[in-house]
Design a protein around this ligand. Sequence first.
Ligand code: SF4
Length: 298
Amino acid sequence: MIMDKNNILFKRWVALLADLVRRASTELPADIVNGLRKGNSLEKMSSGAQNTLCTLLDNIDIARQKSVPMCQDTGTLSFWYELPAGADTVFFTEVTHAAVMEATSRGWLRLNVIDVPSGKQITDNVSDGNPSIYFTTSNKIRVRLLLKGGGCENVSTQYSLPDTGLDAGRDLEGVRKCLLDAVWQAQGNGCAPGILGVCIGGDRAAGYIKAKEQLLRTLEDSAPLPELAQLEKRVLEDANSLGIGPMGLGGNTTLLGVKVGTLPRLPASYFVTIAYSCWACRRAELFATPEGEEIAYG
Ligand code: SF4
C-alpha cells in the first residue's frame, strides 16, 4: 500500500518526531548537565580538566539557546518505539524516515551518513538500516531516541569471558575487570567523560543493542538487582580514580555513569558488551496519542 504523505496524521507525526530529533540534538538532558557540573566542581581550579568541562558546559548552553546541534557529529540515530498491539509499524517507520529528512533539512542533523563502498554522502540521512528503529508492544505510545556519536562508538567494545589476559572469569568481578579495561583502553578517546551502557550475556549482536539501550537510563537510575546496582556504583568510583579525566587530559571525571543490563546467555558463551557514550549522551523521549498529539516528553 502506498502511504499518503499529505495526510494530516502523517504530517502531524513527522512534525512531532522532527521536534524530538531537534530536542535530542540541541538540548542535553538535565541529569547529564548536572553530572558535568558536579564533575567540574571536583576538578582542580583552572586545570585542563576544569577548563574542558567549562567549555563543554558553555557549548551545551549555546546549543540549547540557539537550537543548534551541540556537536558536529550528530551521530547514529536509534528510535525505540513502544506501541499498542496491532499498531501499524510501516506507518511509524515511514514517519520516522520523513522526520529524519525534515530534521536534516532544518539543520538539526548534520549530513552524516555515508554509503559503503561508494563513499558517497546520503543526502537526507535516511538509507537502508539508518536510522535504527526498534518496536515493542505496550498499552501506550512512547518513543525514545538516542543520538550516538561515531568517536565514542569507536571505543565501544565486547569481551568474551573468561579472558585470561585480564584474569577475568565468568562472574561480576570478571565483568568489572572488563569495564575498567575498556575505560583504560579508551583513555579519553570517545570524548570523556563518558557513560558506559553495558550488557552482560546475550549473543554478540543482541548484546550491542541491549548495551546501547542502557544509555537511555538517567544517571540517577540504578539497576533493579542489588548486585548490578552495586557493580554500577563500584565501576563508576574505580574508573574515576584512574586519573584519565575529561578528553583524557587528566582529572577525576572520567565517567559520569555506568548502566548495566542483562540478557540470557548460552552455556558456551559469556559476553560483556560495552556501548561507550561520550558526554553528549543525547537522548529524548515523548508520549503521544495515536493521533500524534504529544502528552508528555522527557
Ligand atoms: S564522540 Fe561525541 S562529543 Fe565526541 S565528536 Fe563524537 S558525538 Fe561529538
